[in-house]
Write a protein that binds this ligand. Structure first.
Ligand SMILES: Cc1ncc(COP(=O)(O)O)c(C=O)c1O
Length: 447
């Protein structure tokens, strides 16, 4: 017993997600405690958590007693009751709160167990909307190359009964359509932003003509994209996508699973664009990761034709995470953590910009506390930096007391929204040392 909890290696019975056996063989760090922006491992080593729990949910920081107390109180009051035919107070209150803070028009909410479930539910809601309006052929969903919207979408294939739940969604699985992403730094069309006329957005029209727009149910995208490292599209991008969708009766699902609840310096990143989503997906910062919870919001117009949502999770609209979500939003607002995200994000970005003097630092970007360094092996051609060297940066940073992650060709930073200037100064020092050491080891010289 002692062995398996103190040292996670191939002798442990725990299955890890997306972790190769070879990595486990080398030994895995066991995180045993968190406090503010810091976490501690089994040997008492302390790390600055530059990605808020690595998957980035921990907005209010680690060790928040208020959230723990809220969960405890709600469990004592009512730990669980079905989401089918009955309601509970925390879910109703959280829906009211979200109606106040989400982009205008998003007015109805359902709660799920995480981001993947929220995305799945939003896609089903879009399909329900068309289905109940008699438009039953719209089974395709447009997404973007490089997008990540969670892991579900397979389970329904195995559903052998509960007919409407399956029928509304038939045919299952096919229908994935992809357009290019707005990744200007390495434009998929090899154009420059000054001359492209937003080709990546306008290409949606051409793709829809090929696919048949009357077969398309929804377009899904993150307002700022994870894929290439916290990438913010030009402000013209979303209005063009939204207009093309509107012309063809296609619903727009904006996935705020990462961006929502202050990550990018505003409550929702959608606010930074001239954009009216039909559906909004949320998770992560909704409970700061203290309990699993995802949410889908939609407009009254989307819900109007839908007689019943043919969908059921035992843990949907769960009172305990909903109570925690409500308290979490109260803390974000009361402690002005969204303002801190904007201010500390600017400060962090200014610091990172100093690093562009290094030959391997291609582009530095950031919106609120979602930032990235896009690495290159040649600044002129923007040729990719070797993955192995990118991974070495992580190892060096961890040895110096900073945990961070890669995303595509970038290092990505998304710390708790409570992070301070002093903590950012420490992070900047460590990041610079790691880049200098890695470049030296590679024999890179400024040209
Ligand atoms: C944009 C986006 N949507 C959906 C998901 C899936 O969320 P979850 O991991 O909570 O299922 C993620 C997860 O990172 C995400 O980044």
């Amino acid at each position: 017993m002692e062995k398996s909890v103190r040292k996670m290696d191939s002798t442990s019975r725990l299955i890890l997600h997306r972790t190769a056996k070879s990595e486990i063989g080398n030994g895995i760090t066991v995180i045993v405690k968190g406090e503010g922006a810091w976490v501690y491992d089994q040997d008492g080593r302390r790390y600055l958590d530059l990605d808020a729990g690595m998957t980035r949910p921990v907005h209010v920081g680690h060790g928040c007693r208020e959230l723990a107390d809220t969960a405890h109180a709600q469990m004592c009051q009512l730990a669980y009751y079905t989401p089918m035919g009955y309601a509970n107070v925390p879910a109703m209150e959280l829906a009211d709160k979200l109606a106040d803070i989400t982009p205008a028009g998003i007015n109805r909410f359902t709660f799920e167990t995480g981001g993947s479930d929220a995305v799945e539910t939003a896609m089903k809601l879009a399909r329900h909307y068309h289905y109940y309006r008699g438009d039953k052929g719209r089974f395709k969903i447009v997404s973007r190359r490089g997008a990540y919207h969670g892991v579900n979408g397979i389970g329904l294939r195995a559903l052998g009964s509960v007919m409407p739940m399956r029928q509304v969604m038939e045919p299952l699985a096919p229908g994935a359509v992809f357009v290019e992403s707005p990744y200007c730094y390495r434009c998929p069309f090899r154009m420059s932003p000054e001359h492209c006329d937003m080709a990546c957005a306008r290409d949606l029209q051409r793709i829809l003509e090929f696919e048949g727009p009357d077969q398309v149910s929804a377009f899904i995208g993150e307002p700022l994209q994870q894929a290439f490292g916290a990438y913010k599209p030009p402000v013209e991008y979303w209005p063009i996508i939204a207009e093309i969708c509107r012309q063809h009766g296609i619903l727009l699902i904006i996935d705020e699973v990462i961006c929502g609840f202050g990550r990018t310096g505003t409550m929702f990143a959608t606010e930074q664009f001239d954009l009216q989503p039909d559906l909004l997906t949320m998770a992560k910062g909704l409970t700061s990761g203290y309990l699993p919870l995802g949410a889908v919001g939609c407009t009254d117009a989307v819900m109007a034709p839908i007689e019943v949502l043919n969908h059921l999770h035992t843990y949907a609209n769960h009172p305990v995470p909903c109570a925690v979500g409500l308290k979490n939003i109260e803390i974000l607002q009361r402690d002005r953590l969204i303002d801190n995200s904007a201010a500390m994000g600017d400060y962090f970005l200014q610091g990172l910009q100093q690093l562009t003097k290094y030959p391997s630092v291609g582009e530095v970007r950031g919106t609120g506390l979602w930032l990235a360094i896009d690495f290159v092996s040649d600044k002129k051609t923007r040729a990719p930096f070797p993955q192995a060297n990118l991974m070495n940066l992580l190892v060096r940073a961890k040895e110096k007391g900073v945990i961070t992650k890669t995303m595509g060709l970038a290092l990505e930073f998304a710390p708790p929204l409570t992070i301070t200037r002093e903590e950012i100064d420490f992070a900047l020092r460590v990041i610079e040392e790691c880049i200098a050491e890695e470049e030296k080891a590679m024999g890179v010289r400024a040209s």
